[in-house]
Design a binder for this molecule. Structure first.
Ligand code: SF4
Length: 374
């Protein structure tokens, strides 16, 4: 039994019908619930709940303060490679795009990592495309080994692996995984992934289960917002995190809210997600899983990121560059997509402080982790 089985209990047509039939009274009941069920969560994501954004935001703020205090954790991505064999239609790195390709050498990785370390970051997210160079996971494991001395937390946002692969990552020093399903709608998934290994919907959907079995400390999920219908994508994302939090209780779950950004290939959102809906998804996720880490990346504008800060977001990226080697050699390689919030890590930290929060650059200590697992 995996999430691929769990999701079958909630057919998309039923979700959409229930949401369309949700009325204000049901939203109020969900808002009053001590512990939310998936059905309460569904009510909070319904169109009717858009009239309740203010009380939802207030509750989300209150719950976040109780659980996380006044901190916002900062992290930054490091793109290792833009080589990819997949044809994801929404991505600038897709194999059909004729762009210069690069996979960083270990020396180049260390140089990038050092720059990121010198900004002050102690939490880093490594990203790659899916390419035969990565097949046995050794490249990634060696990259992690190489930069481990510089960071207290290393996460990966890469192709899905089997359980052995995830175990290899844990052994190398990875503590976190982020894996977007992109869309939870199987037919749309097939259309958007015309070729390459990523075409296998189920293999990707079950990857967080395998990561949980392998003992990854932190597991993050998300849908690429703008692909499938907002309501069902947001519902399945939360359901996925809720399932993982209960099933792999030793791992800490997180949810990300990436909205489609311009990329090479000119892909336009199929179901655009507006700001109000994104706020709704953030608040509803916080209320469904009070302990979940909620991530917001530099895909969003600075003003919007600032306004979301008090509503439940706990992790924000800063100083992002979506091109491999982009910190040391700016402009040399192609970006995966264009970022919106281009404030420096220092500026970001000042804004966080001005809003009454504390910017945290370090996630946790390996020593603490090792001690707590003894
Ligand atoms: S989304 Fe990932 S797998 Fe798909 S083309 Fe882009 S880099 Fe490759």
């Amino acid at each position: 039994m995996s999430f691929a089985d769990e999701i079958l209990k909630y057919p998309a047509e039923q979700i959409h019908e229930q949401m369309a039939n949700t009325r204000g009274l049901r939203v109020e009941q969900a808002l009053d619930a001590e512990r939310l069920t998936p059905q309460d969560y569904l009510a909070l994501l319904s169109p009717a709940a858009l009239d309740y954004l203010e009380p939802m935001a207030q509750r989300a703020h209150q719950v976040t303060r109780q659980r996380f205090g006044n901190i916002i954790q900062l992290y930054t991505p490091l793109y290792l490679s833009n080589e990819c064999s997949n044809g994801c239609k929404y991505c600038g790195f897709n194999a059909s795009n004729k762009i210069p390709r690069a996979t960083l050498t270990f020396d180049q990785i260390e140089k990038e990592a050092q720059i990121i370390h010198d900004y002050g970051f102690r939490a880093i997210l490594l990203l790659t495309g899916e390419h035969s160079k990565m097949d046995d996971n050794s490249y990634l494991a060696q990259a992690v080994e190489r930069i481990k001395p510089l960071f207290s937390s290393i996460s990966i946002e890469v192709y899905p692996m089997d359980t052995d692969g995830y175990q290899k990552m844990v052994a190398a020093g990875v503590d976190g995984l982020t894996l977007y399903q992109e869309t939870y709608a199987p037919v749309l998934y097939e259309q958007l992934h015309p070729y390459g290994k990523k075409r296998d919907y189920r293999y990707r959907l079950e990857a967080p289960d395998r990561a949980g079995e392998a003992g990854l400390r932190r597991i993050g999920v998300g849908a690429l917002l703008g692909l499938g219908p907002f309501e069902s994508e947001a519902f399945y994302t939360g359901l996925h995190a809720y399932y993982l939090a209960h099933r792999y209780w030793r791992s800490h779950v997180s949810i990300s809210f990436p909205r489609i950004r311009p990329a090479d290939g000119g892909f336009a959102p199929i179901n655009p997600v507006n700001d109000k809906q994104l706020v709704q998804a953030v608040c509803a996720s916080r209320l469904l899983i009070p302990d979940a880490a909620l991530f917001l990346s530099t895909r969003e504008s600075s003003q919007f990121r600032d306004s979301l800060m008090p509503l439940g977001i706990t992790h924000m990226s800063a100083g992002s560059c979506t091109a491999p080697g982009g910190h040391a050699d700016e402009g040399k390689n192609k970006e995966q997509f264009v970022i919106d919030d281009d404030r420096s890590p220092e500026q970001m930290s000042e804004v966080i402080r001005a809003k009454g929060y504390e910017a945290v650059w370090k996630d946790w200590d390996t020593a603490f982790l090792n001690a707590s697992s003894m």
